[in-house]
Design a protein around this ligand. Structure first.
Ligand code: ATP
Length: 169
């Protein structure tokens, strides 16, 4: 079922705030422009994918840190408009040579590898997020700088035609 961008983002920000709070972090949510449109995605699964990024930002970022959650529309060349969602933290970052691997199943970078099951997770979160996003026709990109932080960017397809039915699952 197609869903409008604005209420989708409202709900997403709300859930991100609750999740961040569990880790003692806060969310700084910003929106560029009107951010209006109709998403052609399974918004429940996409929300799950974004929340996994927020969870990582809270988990690996500094205690009590701020997670930036920025959203806006981007025009993709001649192609259709996309919704861009960015989740950024000011945590330790991911070493450059490890960054290409963080979306692999069970991959855990740097020190998180040594933390064991109680020190974070299984290394599945990002691979699941990527699978979900790509199955919905979107994509996800990771950027990071050691000592500065990590930024995960999602791009999701939009339709500006409210009468267009969403793709069947
Ligand atoms: P879980 O399955 O519970 O999410 P995880 O956090 O270890 O476990 P992923 O979410 O897939 O697994 O992340 C893979 C690895 O990428 C992490 O172990 C961590 O080393 C690194 N990573 C992911 N996000 C960040 C981040 N925001 N800052 C620093 N490192 C990160």
């Amino acid at each position: 079922e197609p869903v409008s961008v604005a209420p989708f983002l409202d709900e997403l920000v709300h859930r991100a705030e609750l999740l961040a709070r569990e880790h003692g972090a806060v969310v700084d949510a910003t929106r560029e422009g009107d951010a209006e449109g109709i998403l052609r995605v399974d918004h429940i699964r996409i929300e799950q994918a974004v929340l996994a990024l927020v969870d990582n930002a809270a988990k690996y970022g500094p205690a009590g840190g701020t997670i930036s959650l920025n959203a806006g529309l981007v025009a993709r060349g001649d192609g259709p408009t996309e919704l861009r969602i960015e989740v950024a933290d000011r945590g330790p970052g991911i070493p450059e040579k490890e960054l290409p691997h963080v979306f692999e199943r069970f991959y855990r970078a740097g020190r998180s590898r040594d933390l064991g099951a109680n020190g974070g997770g299984t290394g599945l979160g990002l691979s699941i997020s990527k699978t979900i996003v790509e199955a919905q026709g979107g994509r996800i990109e990771a950027r990071s700088r050691l000592g500065e932080g990590t930024r995960m960017t999602l791009y999701l397809p939009l339709t500006d035609d409210e009468t267009t039915p969403p793709e069947s699952p």
